[in-house]
Design a protein around this ligand. Structure first.
Ligand SMILES: [Zn+2]
Length: 132
């Protein structure tokens, strides 16, 4: 039984080491990727992309949500922030401004995620609409 315990512990160590390596790899990719300069604002609602706009254009976008829910994001001087929201906790309004790829603004009650991506990827216009 001792051998079995040893094997089990060894397996745990391997799993932990693999997880750490994966995390380190993702970190390195995010730091070293040539596309680390964020150029595009992407908004998802419930995991579905609803908005993709250039960070270079100052504008306000109201996120399409179900009736009564309001999220307005504002792009200003290559930064994006949540300008208006009627969610119950209001946390998204306090998450400040994003200007690089590392951060996200999350409105948990409305399942809205605002993130930035680099522009070096495929010139995707984001209109991945699936018509059923
Ligand atoms: Zn919110």
């Amino acid at each position: 039984m001792k051998l079995l315990d040893f094997m089990r512990r060894r397996r745990d160590v391997v799993i932990i080491a693999a997880a750490l390596l994966a995390a380190l790899g993702l970190y390195l990719i995010s730091v070293l990727a040539p596309s680390s300069a964020a150029t595009t604002v992407v908004v998802t609602v419930g995991g579905q992309e609803v908005l993709r706009r250039p960070l270079s254009v100052n504008a306000e976008y109201s996120v399409p949500l179900s009736d009564g829910d309001v999220n307005v994001i504002c792009v200003e001087n290559s930064e994006v922030y949540m300008k208006e929201a009627n969610c119950r906790d209001g946390l998204c309004l306090r998450q400040g401004r994003l200007r690089n790829q590392a951060g996200t603004i999350v409105c948990l009650p409305h399942e809205v995620v605002v993130k930035l991506t680099g522009g070096a990827q495929e010139a995707d216009d984001g209109l991945d609409v699936i018509i059923q």
